[in-house]
Design a binder for this molecule. Structure first.
Ligand SMILES: Cc1cc2nc3c(=O)[nH]c(=O)nc-3n(C[C@H](O)[C@H](O)[C@H](O)COP(=O)(O)OP(=O)(O)OC[C@H]3O[C@@H](n4cnc5c(N)ncnc54)[C@H](O)[C@@H]3O)c2cc1C
Length: 419
């Protein structure tokens, strides 16, 4: 039976482990830097909205344990803030099925408990990785340790990584007491673009203390919303946030007059450089380990794709491991599957996310799409669908030609229906 070590008990590592353990064909060890209790009491790590296809991956592996407690996000509300030249623009797209956000502190802590007998607690070093491959202790070592130090084992691919510095400063606060969105009649995620400043995203979620809203500021470095720092307490963070909202998104400030942090560690501030890496990491001894999810595909969270890609990576590699039978899991096998993963799953969300990072305002064809979406609900719904299935964006969103063709079809359909 192949023996698999999975380093990192996050979205990818735990989904992969739970998937492989379903059938008993593999011996699986998960190595986690933190215990379940440490995960539960740490700061948040994400806003972790997941859409139907990846929620289905979790359901299939028995990991959808919070559906009845977690707000079902049925729509995406997008607001483009007004400028001296342009009025405020709003559109609401319905999702084909609800999206959900379960605080990773809740999810990963519980899954660590559930998979307890397969978990070892240890902060893994490169020497440890060498040890795992000594004398056949493990047949395959997977590194799913997020954006931490172990990612440095994997070389950056410059042609897939257009940026060399963080494109946004990330500031997250989990709050209670936010008033519902007055413009939408269902539970919605609210994506606000403030030209020249960045984005403010509101996500209903489940956290360690019950349901909440997450207010996530993606600040352009050096811009007017870049006011948060990592040393802030949740209370200080909220005070800074209230100022940011009053100045940049007063319609959100009105919903936030009574907000309080959900817990003593309810905020997170940071930044990272979006980076795509070679998934085959070569150890000093020359032996190879396989990098998955954020280790090798770390995109800015603006499009909410990272956890989704991590779950997809887990499902993809679970199948590849199963199909490979008894191994050996050599570098040819790793490279071939990694390239297939990139082409089939990783590339489009990466390109889309990186393009959204470009300085405002949006490209003319994107502005045209947004304008059309205020007029034609089917366009707004298709934007929302793009978050669920980014590949769909290739057919109509990603280039001016595709957008022109699609919008022409929408207008023709509308004219036919109304004539
Ligand atoms: C502010 C923010 C908001 C986000 N919002 C969204 C969103 O709404 N939707 C979405 O899809 N994605 C979102 N993401 C991205 C998403 O959180 C990540 O892409 C996803 O969690 C990556 O999963 P992973 O398994 O690769 O890594 P992680 O979830 O980071 O897990 C890695 C695990 O490895 C452990 N580890 C690290 N080093 C070691 C070591 N040496 N030894 C042992 N264990 C180790 C860590 O403790 C951790 O438990 C967001 C990210 C951020 C920063």
């Amino acid at each position: 039976m192949p023996k698999i070590a999975i380093v990192g008990a996050g979205q990818c590592g735990l989904t992969l482990a739970a998937g492989l353990l379903r059938t008993g064909d593999h011996e699986v060890t998960i190595v986690s830097a933190l215990t379940a209790d440490q995960v539960r009491s740490r700061r948040p790590t994400s806003t972790q909205v997941m859409f139907e296809p990846t929620l289905a991956i979790e359901r299939d592996r028995g990991l959808a344990l919070w559906d009845d407690q977690t707000p079902a996000i049925e729509a995406l509300h997008m607001t483009l803030a007004p400028t001296p030249q342009t009025p405020r623009l709003d559109l609401v797209g319905r999702l084909p099925a609800p999206a959900r956000s379960v605080d990773q502190r809740v999810k990963m802590a519980r899954l660590l408990d559930e998979l307890d007998q397969h978990v070892r607690t240890q902060t893994v070093t490169v020497d440890d990785l060498e040890g795992y491959l000594d004398s056949g202790r493990y047949d395959l070592v997977v590194v799913a340790a997020g954006r931490g130090e172990l990612a440095e084992l994997f070389t950056r691919i410059p042609e897939r990584s257009p940026y060399t510095t963080p494109q946004r400063k990330l500031a997250v606060c989990y709050v209670r007491g936010m008033a519902p969105d007055p413009d939408v009649d269902v539970v919605d995620g609210h994506f606000n673009v403030v030209p020249g400043a960045g984005e403010i995203i509101v996500i209903p979620a489940l956290t360690t203390t019950g349901t909440c809203d997450i207010i996530f500021v993606e600040a352009i470095p050096g811009g007017p919303m870049d006011v948060f720092d990592a040393g802030m307490t949740p209370q200080q963070h909220l005070a800074a946030l209230q100022d940011v909202l009053r100045t940049n998104a007063p319609w959100l400030a009105e919903r936030c007059t009574a907000i309080t942090p959900t817990d003593p560690n309810a905020n997170l501030v940071g930044a990272f450089t979006p980076t795509v890496r070679n998934p085959v990491g070569i150890l000093p001894s020359g032996r190879a380990v396989l990098g998955l999810a954020d280790v090798v595909l770390a995109n800015d969270p603006i499009t909410a794709q990272g956890s989704n890609a991590a779950a997809r990576a887990a499902a993809f590699w679970e199948q590849a491991i199963r199909d490979h039978g008894d191994g050996p899991f050599g570098t040819d096998w790793m490279h071939a599957n990694a390239e297939r993963f990139w082409t089939e799953i990783g590339e489009t969300p990466t390109r889309w996310t990186n393009e959204l990072m470009l300085p405002h305002p949006p490209a003319p064809h994107v502005a045209q799409i947004l304008g059309a979406a205020t007029q034609f609900p089917e366009v707004a719904d298709r934007i929302a669908y793009g978050f669920t299935d980014p590949d769909d964006l290739n057919d109509w969103f990603m280039t001016p030609e595709a957008a022109e063709r699609y919008l022409g079809e929408v207008v023709a359909r509308h004219q036919a229906a109304t004539s």
